[in-house]
Design a binder for this molecule. Structure first.
Ligand SMILES: Nc1ncnc2c1ncn2[C@@H]1O[C@H](COP(=O)(O)OP(=O)(O)OP(=O)(O)O)[C@@H](O)[C@H]1O
Length: 380
């Protein structure tokens, strides 16, 4: 399509900037609680007995593969979906459950969706005023302009959504979500429509707006890095349940099972024998607190924990393939005593040419040991 030349002119520099930090209107953060919530769609379970307490002002990331129930859990808190069992409470008041069911507009909950859901026929400021219908019009307009100023777009108040880039529309959607000062803000994949280059700065600015508003926030994402950057805690979901709840550090360094570990990193599988307090692999002994001799164990090795050196420095190995992927090289290795190839992520890996003999050691912090659980598998 040919665009008229005047619509192609570059945006003024200040249009790319967000507003002044510290100027977003603060809210009274609320506590959001799910109590044994389950949900079925036509008899098929999508949420299974989820209990979760989100503290006032906390940013909690709901993380998981497609179809694991993240959006459904969000919709249940918003009141746009009615759960089959269990209760949702805001500040200890039942807002969805057997006693009462409050509609979305009565819950003090703000929503922000992946597609931003701006109304094309309303101007930017009218879009932001949309959730402020209980206020007199002049006050609603002032609040909306204040929220737009915080995201750096007050100069575009009278424009229409189609004139804005995807990143700017995202900022309008954020302004609209915070303008009514919700106690709880629910965000469904709010950055997924943005290109990678823009995403990092938009995430940081959004987080800073969230901190200023002090709203309690649940943010849905399928991207582990995003969850680690944004969340005070992460709830990793699997098939309608919470697989693990904790800080990024806890989930990454102390994953409760292989599913959680695999979500955050590619893994090499190793044969290992169990002993009291440690396991033994071709790379030697690795600490494994809680493991007893004779336990059936699954041993995995993160590619970033593979250390390469001169032949003789560790287990004999050979470089089979190498690919430079930016910050690291991905190296496939044949290692003496292991039938399958081992993957390594190596900084400055250019010195390891294909065919070269190397010595292979491992960093024990990247050796993960799980006692085998008969029910465990890796599906979402
Ligand atoms: N309106 C619906 N009717 C029937 N089944 C549904 C409906 N909405 C969701 N489901 C099913 O419920 C399960 C959970 O869906 P949900 O959208 O909550 O997952 P999700 O983790 O948000 O996935 P995605 O990341 O792809 O959005 C899926 O199996 C999905 O097919």
């Amino acid at each position: 399509m040919t665009m008229p030349i005047e619509t192609l002119k570059a945006p003024p520099a200040n249009r790319r900037r967000w507003g002044t930090r510290g100027t977003a209107a603060a809210t009274i953060a609320a506590r959001l609680t799910y109590e044994n919530v389950s949900h079925d769609y036509s008899g098929v379970a999508s949420i299974r007995d989820v209990s979760l307490d989100v503290a006032p002002g906390e940013v909690l990331c709901l993380l998981g593969h497609s179809g694991c129930g993240k959006t459904t859990l969000l919709r249940i808190a918003a009141g746009v979906e009615r759960q089959s069992r269990g209760r949702v409470l805001i500040n200890e008041l039942e807002v969805g459950g057997p006693q009462q069911f409050l509609p979305p507009e009565k819950r003090g909950v703000g929503l922000m969706f992946q597609d931003y859901a701006l109304f094309p026929h309303l101007s930017i400021v009218e879009n932001v005023m949309f959730g402020l219908t209980t206020l007199p019009k002049d006050i609603a307009r002032r609040e909306a302009l204040g929220a737009l100023a915080r995201v750096g777009l007050e100069g575009y108040a009278e424009d229409y959504p189609h004139a804005l880039s995807g990143g700017e529309q995202q900022r309008v959607a954020l302004a609209r979500a915070i303008a009514p000062r919700p106690g709880v803000l629910l965000m469904d994949e709010p950055f997924s429509g943005l290109d990678r280059r823009l995403r990092d700065s938009v995430r940081d600015e959004t987080l800073s707006v969230l901190r200023e508003t002090r709203a309690t926030c649940i943010l849905v994402t399928h991207d582990p890095e995003e969850a680690m950057r944004m969340g005070d805690r992460i709830a990793l979901m699997r098939r309608g349940r919470i697989a693990q709840l904790g800080t990024a550090d806890e989930l990454y360094n102390r994953p409760s099972d292989l599913f959680v570990a695999r979500f955050f990193s590619e893994l090499n599988e190793l044969e290992g024998s169990s002993h009291d307090g440690h396991v033994e692999t071709v790379f030697g002994k690795h600490p494994a607190p809680g493991v007893k001799a004779g336990d059936t164990v699954e041993v995995s090795l993160r590619p970033q924990g593979v250390l390469l050196g001169e032949p003789g420095e560790g287990r004999p190995g050979r470089v089979i393939a190498r690919r430079f992927v930016g910050e690291v090289d991905l190296i496939d290795l044949a290692v003496d005593g292991i039938e399958h190839q081992i993957k390594a992520r190596i900084r400055d890996g250019g010195r390891f040419a294909v065919g070269m003999d190397v010595g292979v050691r491992v960093d024990d912090r990247d050796v993960l040991v799980f006692r085998r659980d008969e029910d465990s598998d890796d599906a979402s």
